[in-house]
Ligand binder design. Structure first.
Ligand code: HAM
Length: 418
């Protein structure tokens, strides 16, 4: 066929929700992979690589039949008479290997890290792909709170090593299966009268997995869960005494390690294997999908998948979300942008902040504060410090978080202590 008559072929596009990673972005991936592997190797964790597909039954039994992941998001296919699934997460496969390879006979604890692609058929949006990558860790064989504290400590330190010291740690205690029954009874009793006003998803979850209703972002549902009687129950300690004691010990170790955290009574996570401690590490720079890392304790999972009773705890971080935070930081650079018409005081404050390692710039233009704030936004600073005549006289600064627009007042002396 002559080139004149040949029709140009349609180019083939990559599937929706997937990415090509190359050139400068690849450098971030290599840096994270190497830093994370080295870091966990130095803490006595060894790498495990498990298959990218497993038998479907593993995720049904492991992640839970009533979860969105198993119900709607799995890439499942038949080969011969087998049903196989591209792994939607890493924990179930690591637990399967732990049992199948007889690793429960190794001296405890057995500590692994892993890295690889995961697959979930979700609606793609910023920070949510159908193929994404996780770096994760799992610790087997330790029932006590030290293991929960260690994995959290290592996650926070890893982020610090990667230049991200200001991520928020949210924690919750979701008790054991008996606590969950109690939750079901008490929560459903309070919600049943208004069930008709809730969204279709929450109505289904009410039957199958009421715990997951707390995740709903629908305003009508949130309003129902914020009704004082329901909210009070959610904020109460409805879990078993043993898990409350466990949780108290975990956070007391975190206090000792100076790791700040916030209790979030509504943090329930999207996988069914958790008990007692659950946590997420979030960033305000990630938009709606704000969790860069999530995990918790799963003391029944090994047994549920056919192994001997063995407690476990771990987490996984989303590589794409982590890379976007690191890129954001590389572009942003600045921690503080000082919006001011009091230059002498501003230059003095900037010097103190720089001595604390904070990247700080002072607006020298003398323009109106609105224009200076616009520049602070353009420079992608994390915070704007407003330092006008009033603030100098009172010794109280206005600090604006530029992403959320949230503005707080803080005494200069306290601010410099942080
Ligand atoms: P997960 O919260 O489902 O937990 O996922 C962990 C992290 O993977 C999330 O915080 C997020 O950063 C990233 N991630 C999840 N889904 C997507 C997506 N569709 N697109 C981009 N990133 C995503 C687990 O997977 C558990 N296996 C963690 C764990 C390990 N728990 C105990 N051990």
């Amino acid at each position: 066929m002559s080139s004149k008559t040949s029709k140009r072929q349609q180019p083939i596009q990559r599937p929706k929700g997937t990415q090509d990673i190359f050139l400068s972005e690849m450098a971030h991936w290599h840096a994270i992979e190497q830093a994370a592997s080295r870091f966990f190797d130095s803490a006595g964790y060894s790498e495990i690589r498990t298959p990218a597909f497993e038998s479907t039954e593993l995720f049904k039994r492991g992640v839970g039949e009533d979860t969105d992941i198993v119900n709607k998001e799995m890439y499942t296919f038949e080969k011969g008479d087998r049903s196989l699934t591209l792994r939607p997460e890493g924990t179930a496969g690591v637990v399967r290997a732990f049992i199948e390879q007889g690793l429960h006979r190794q001296p405890k604890p057995v500590k692994f890290f892993y890295l690889g692609p995961m697959f979930r058929y979700e609606r793609p949006q910023a920070g949510r792909q159908r193929q994404f990558h996780q770096f994760g860790v799992e610790v087997f064989g330790i029932e006590g709170p030290a293991a929960d504290a260690e994995v959290i400590q290592l996650a926070m330190k890893l982020f610090e090593t990667l230049g991200l010291p200001n991520l928020a740690l949210e924690m919750n205690n979701i008790g054991n299966s008996e606590s969950r029954l109690r939750f079901r009874q008490e929560f459903c009793k309070r919600i049943e009268p208004v069930l008709g006003q809730l969204c279709a998803t929450c109505q289904t979850r009410f039957q199958n997995n009421p715990f997951r209703m707390l995740d709903c972002k629908n305003p009508a549902c949130q309003e129902a869960y914020n009704e004082p009687e329901t909210a009070n129950f959610l904020e109460s300690e409805w879990t078993s005494e043993a898990s409350q004691a466990h949780y108290a010990q975990v956070v007391s170790i975190l206090d000792h390690l100076n790791i700040p955290y916030k209790r979030n009574h509504r943090l329930v996570r999207g996988l069914d294997y958790y008990n007692a401690t659950v946590f997420e590490i979030t960033s305000t720079h990630l938009g709606a999908q704000n969790a860069v890392c999530g995990g918790g304790r799963y003391d029944s999972l090994v047994e549920q998948l056919g192994g001997p009773p063995t407690p476990g705890v771990g987490w996984a971080l989303g590589m794409e979300r982590l890379v976007s935070l690191i890129e954001h930081k590389a572009v942003a650079g600045l921690d503080y942008y000082i919006v001011t018409d009091q230059h002498a005081h501003a230059l003095e404050l900037a010097e103190k902040l720089r001595l604390q390692g904070k990247r700080t710039e002072v607006d020298l233009t003398g323009r109106g504060f609105g224009k200076q704030l616009a520049t602070a936004n353009k420079r992608k600073a994390q915070y704007a410090i407003i330092l006008g005549e009033l603030e100098v006289a009172s010794g109280v600064l206005e600090i604006k978080t530029l992403d959320s627009g949230e503005q707080v007042k803080q005494a200069l002396t306290d601010f410099l202590k942080n």
